[in-house]
Design a protein around this ligand. Structure first.
Ligand SMILES: C[S@@+](CC[C@H](N)C(=O)[O-])C[C@H]1O[C@@H](n2cnc3c(N)ncnc32)[C@H](O)[C@@H]1O
Length: 285
């Protein structure tokens, strides 16, 4: 029987993924094999001639099958890096995207002192936990409508030793904040669902078939949740408080109009991501 070595498996899988139109075939092959053998990509490169035996081969075959079925690599490895921190992810949560780091970096630039901060729609907790990592003196609250997502976020908060600093609340947008003795914050942040229901067919299959619908879609124009956040946020902001939102590619003008239509907001600023796309809106009251 043929003995498979690390390099043979990487090359065979890359070619198989290419045939199945997986967009980053070599990278995915390396990430999946590295996950299975518990090796970083560098360690994998240093182990090209290492034989891989039957038990591992059958598990690898399963991973390959799922990847060809467009299961995202991060759900197969249960891992995503965000702001250079490691997060557990599975199909209960949206996989944090690199462009969302723009929101986190913008807040970190603007706010050095202690503050009260709430994130709406925390998913796996990547945004709130990043703030906890960089600003251990902030009071942090993170909400989500999905109890399943909050389970993942809580697990990540434990791993990052910030469960004491970060309070998770379940409910629809601002509803859970109404129960708090002090429902006012210096910052409200959200990367809300913002895909239009009509845009489902143009989403990559990985996203459309595997990531939670509740994390993606927000009505016909994708603005249903953003509209509600922009309208209600001022009631929950302190004087000079700030609302920061991630938005979709073509939503900048529509969301600026929404903000301008609310007299409570004094300023509104647009921030581009690393791909030069208007990605974040920062408004202050
Ligand atoms: C685009 S995901 C963002 C997740 C995470 N914050 C991130 O940036 O990776 C949107 C999140 O909002 C949550 N969500 C959707 N509708 C909501 C609502 N009405 N109230 C609170 N959270 C909601 C979803 O469950 C999901 O976790």
């Amino acid at each position: 029987m043929k003995t498979w070595h690390v390099i043979d498996l990487i090359e065979w899988t890359t070619e198989y993924f290419e045939r199945h139109e997986i967009p980053t075939p070599r990278l995915d092959a390396e990430l999946l094999l590295g996950h299975l053998l518990q090796k970083s990509r560098l360690q994998l490169y240093l182990s090209f001639e290492m034989p891989v035996f039957q038990g591992a081969l059958s598990k690898f075959r399963e991973l390959i099958k799922k990847r060809v079925d467009h299961t995202p690599v991060s759900y197969l490895t249960n891992h995503k890096e965000f702001m250079s921190l490691n997060f557990y992810v599975d199909s209960r949560v949206l996989i944090p995207r690199p462009e969302t780091e723009t929101l986190v970096e913008t807040v970190l630039q603007h706010q050095k002192d202690s503050c009260r901060f709430v994130e709406i729609g925390t998913g796996c907790g990547a945004i709130a936990i990043s703030f906890s990592h960089h600003r251990p003196d902030w009071e942090l609250i993170a909400t989500d409508l999905s109890t399943e997502a909050l389970e993942v976020a809580q697990q990540n908060a434990l791993t990052h030793n910030c469960a004491d600093q970060l309070t998770f609340l379940q409910g629809d947008l601002f509803e859970p904040l109404r129960e708090l003795p002090n429902p006012r914050f210096d910052w409200i942040a959200s990367n809300p669902p913002y895909v239009g229901t009509g845009e489902a067919s143009i989403l990559p299959l990985d996203v459309r078939e595997h990531e939670p619908e509740i994390a993606l879609f927000a009505g016909p124009d994708g603005l249903d949740i953003i509209r509600r956040i922009v309208t209600d946020a001022p009631q929950f902001l302190n004087t000079d408080g700030k609302l920061i939102l991630e938005i979709g590619c073509n939503q900048s003008h529509a969301v600026q109009d929404l903000i301008k239509s609310q007299p409570a907001y004094k300023h509104c600023e647009v921030i581009k991501d690393y791909a030069d796309i208007e990605r974040v809106l920062l408004a202050s009251v």
